[in-house]
Design a binder for this molecule. Structure first.
Ligand SMILES: Nc1nc2c(ncn2[C@@H]2O[C@H](COP(=O)(O)OP(=O)(O)OP(=O)(O)O)[C@@H](O)[C@H]2O)c(=O)[nH]1
Ligand SMILES: [Mg+2]
Length: 452
């Protein structure tokens, strides 16, 4: 980390009012001073802002504000400079180019955060959460990332590790100084309640973390049904925009159409599909196959039926097909005459309505909230582990703790238990990156955007 890196930290594709170009490293100040017109900048105090021009030799490139932040109180703990320039693509690129010409190197994706991690300013959970924060698409996803960044999640893991260490210390003292009378004697009976408490906490973290995928990525819902029942109309109503073409011609939708909306802070991906029917039309056939596939892939299915038609063989087949999935049956077009067999209402999760007056759609949303327990989710503190890496390590730690309990039941000697507790402690350590592997770090930062 001898070199000085630089990158455009704001979205380079947009014509925003302002762009920020960031530098970090030992020569950040010197390199900037070579292209910055303000003579006071080089000797100025840390954490100050300076006005002036970026110059290409004698030519003014842009009027800018430059932030000077000296190590160690910076994002990376190194010397950091942030140049606020006008947001146009060419200006920003030009300034970046001048910095590169004067000795900076273009940062790799996530390299600023990687330096923050390697220099010990943030831990692994916090680094992963920075990436989550940038890609958050709903309020809850943002909260989840913020708990990671703010260290709340780290604290939770650290507390568990401390409890483990205190058991380990007790055991060690007993083994090394059996004659030391002041120390509490460790027996299977004294360890068991402590281990049980740890198990309960870990169990809670692992179970609740299942929600984090839903919070981060959202929920996929597929709208299926025969042609012309009103699937695309339902999509348009839920998205509150004319996303899909609606006509009275059967087979209007031919490909998957996806839109998103947010309910209780959770992002829903709604997928409109081609109406399912037997067809010889080559294009429509492919569409129908795609529709069927979404039934398997979606988190839940909304089957749309027509109130104004009798149930057909295709409807019956679809009813069977969706029965193994989370599903809602929406009987649409109830503004028309009822022809559908009333026995349909004996089924679970049936909603009736129509898209002309938007009837039943609020009920549909309520059903989704109920189906995915979103009301309960909103009342909870979001203390979840946020990705598969973290969750699998917590599961391993939980496994270790369960083993300890079994060993206690089988009267296994105390010093053997110690090994299993140590392993649990180690697994939790890997979550926050107390110990980490080079390879993992590289993989993590590949997913970052430039300039972060
Ligand atoms: N009366 C009435 N007509 C509706 C309702 N919802 C949709 N329609 C009409 O039904 C026809 C088909 O609607 P679409 O939304 O295109 O149906 P679809 O299920 O997407 O059809 P495909 O794309 O062909 O599979 C259109 O003429 C709509 O205006 C409703 O609630 N009541
Ligand atoms: Mg359609």
């Amino acid at each position: 980390m001898e070199d000085t890196i630089c990158a455009i930290s704001t979205n380079p594709g947009n014509n925003g009012a302002i762009s920020i170009i960031r530098l970090s490293g030992p020569d950040a100040i010197l390199i900037t001073s070579k292209i910055f017109s303000n003579p006071k900048f080089l000797k100025a105090e840390s954490h100050t802002i300076h006005y002036g021009y970026i110059k290409d030799n004698m030519k003014k490139v842009d009027e800018v504000l430059v932030m000077k932040m000296l190590a160690p109180k910076t994002y990376t703990t190194e010397d950091v400079v942030e140049i606020n320039c006008h947001g146009g693509y060419f200006t920003t690129q030009k300034i970046l180019e001048l910095l590169l010409l004067n000795g900076a190197r273009l940062a790799e994706p996530g390299e600023f955060t990687k330096r923050a991690l390697l220099n010990g300013r943030i831990n692994l959970i916090e680094a992963e959460s920075v990436s989550d924060m940038i890609s958050a698409k709903s309020e809850n996803a943002r909260d989840l990332a913020m708990n990671g960044i703010s260290g709340r999640l780290t604290k939770l893991i650290q507390n568990l590790r401390e409890e483990m260490v205190s058991i380990l210390a007790n055991i060690e003292v007993n083994i090394d100084y059996p004659e030391y009378e002041d120390e509490e004697i460790v027996t299977h009976e004294t360890i068991l309640p402590k281990v049980k408490r740890i198990e309960k906490e870990l169990e809670e973290i692992v179970t609740e973390s299942k929600n984090s995928k839903m919070i981060k990525e959202g929920i996929y819902i597929s709208l299926i049904g025969r042609p012309n029942v009103g699937k695309s109309s339902v999509l348009n109503h839920l998205l509150e925009e004319d996303k899909a073409i609606v006509t009275d011609i059967s087979g209007t939708t031919r490909d998957l159409i996806e839109g998103t909306f947010v309910l209780n802070g959770i992002l829903f991906h709604l997928i409109d599909t081609a109406g399912i029917r037997e067809t010889n039309d080559v294009v429509e056939k492919i569409g129908v196959e795609k529709s069927k596939k979404t039934i398997e892939e979606a988190d839940a299915v909304i089957l749309v039926l027509n109130y104004n038609e009798e149930l057909t063989k295709e409807d019956q087949e679809l009813l069977t097909k969706i029965s193994s999935k989370k599903n809602i049956i929406l009987v649409n077009k109830n503004d028309l005459k009822q022809k559908i067999d009333p026995s349909i209402y004996k089924r679970k999760n049936v909603i009736e309505g129509n898209t002309l007056e938007s009837e039943g759609l609020d009920q549909l949303k309520e059903k989704l909230i109920e189906m995915f327990h979103l009301a309960e989710l909103q009342q909870k503190d979001i203390n979840y582990l946020s990705n598969a890496r973290q969750i699998s390590l917590a599961k391993k730690a939980l496994e270790n703790i369960k083993n300890v309990q079994n060993q206690i039941m089988e009267n296994v000697p105390i010093d053997v238990l110690e090994m299993e507790i140590k392993e649990a402690w180690n697994h939790l350590g890997l979550i926050i990156g107390e110990t980490y592997e080079e390879e993992l770090i590289d993989k993590l930062f590949e997913k970052f955007c430039l300039g972060k």
